[in-house]
Write a protein that binds this ligand. Sequence first.
Ligand code: GMT
Length: 374
Amino acid sequence: MRIGIVCYPTFGGSGVVATELGLGLAKRGHEVHFITYKRPVRLSHFMTNIYYHEVNALDYPLFEYTPYDTTLASKLVDVIKFEKIDLLHVHYAIPHATIAFIVKKILETQGIRIPVVTTLHGTDITLVGADPSFAPVVEFSINQSDGVTAVSRDLKDDTLRYFNISRDIRVIYNFIDFDRFRKIDKEHFKKALAPDGEKILIHTSNFRKVKRVDDVIHIFQKVIQQVPCKLLLIGDGPERQRLEEICRKIKVCEHVRFLGKQEAIEELLAVSDLFLIPSENESFGLAALEAMACHVPVISSNAGGLPELNLDGTSGFVHPVGDIEGMAASAIRLLKDETLLDQYRKQAFERAREFDIDKILPQYEDYYMEVMKG
Ligand code: GMT
C-alpha cells in the first residue's frame, strides 16, 4: 500500500506512535509518506520506502495566526495525487481529521477517492476535543472519517460519551519495538547517577498539569525516607519551573535530576528500577509501556486506559488518582525487596510483550484493508 501519515512531529505520544507505525509499515514493504511541518523526531535515518513532505505555511503580515490548516490541506491534495496514495492515516483529531475531510472533498471533485483513517490519541478527545471551542468540528470530522481507531477501550468509551458518534471505533493499542526498547547494559550510567547504589525512580512526560508530576515528587519524598534513591525527571513543559520550586521547598533537589528532553530514553530506562505515572488523565500511557519493555515495573494511577496496560499486582501497581500515600507504599514495598522487585521486572516485561509491534501492526494493516474495501 501507499500510505500517507499526518501527525504532530514533535515530542509527544501521538507523534511517536505515528512515526513508529510508519517505520514499521515501511519495513513490511509498504510505501509510507509522512506529511508534517517538521521531520518527525524518530525519523532521523534514511529508509528506501519512507518519504517526507514538509508543510511550509506562508507567513503574511495580514495573518495574525498563520493558516497552517490550509497549507496542510493543499500539500495533502498534491501529495495524494502525485504519489498515488491509497490511504491517508491522520493522528490526533485536531485539526487533522478536519483537514482530511476537506482534502477528501477536494479530491472527490477530481474523481479521486481517498479513504481516511483517524486515530484518536487522548487529549484530542478528553482535554481539548471536548472543549466547546472545538467539539462540534471534532464530532463532525470523526464521523466523516472512513475509519476511526482509539488507543484504548477507555478512550473509545470517552469518545462515545462526549460525542454523538455514528461510526464504529476500533481499539488498537499503542505498541513497542523491542529492537529499540530492551534491557541494555548501562552500568556506567547507573554509577554516575546513583554512585552509592541508590535505587532509581524515573518519570518521563511533557510536564503538563494532566501528568501530575508534583505527585511524582511527593511520592519520591516519601520513598527516600525509607529507601536510598534518586529521581530522574525526563522531558520538559509548562510545569517545569513550578516543579523545580517544589523540589527546593521540600529539600530534595540533591536527589532529583531534571534531565530535559532526551532522545535515548531506553538508556535511562535501562538503569531505572521503577517508573512513576500518576496522571490525571492518560488514554494509554506509551511512556509506561516503554519502561515495561526495559524491565521496569510501573506505579500508575487508574486514570483512563492505564489499567488496561499496567496490571495491578503484575506489571506494577495501580492506585486512584492523587493517592500519593498508596503509590509511595507500593514503591517502598517493591524497592525494599530485591526478590519481589526482580519478579515484577520480569512480569512487567512479559506484559509489555503483549504490545509487541509485530502483534499490533498487523491490526492496522487489516483495518486499512477493511476501510479501503469500504
Ligand atoms: O499528552 C501526552 O502524553 C501526549 C499525547 C499526544 O497526543 O502526543 O499522548 C497521548 O497519546 C499517546 C499515544 O497514543 C498515549 O500513549 C498517551 O497516553 C496520550 N496522553 C494522554 O492521554 C494524556
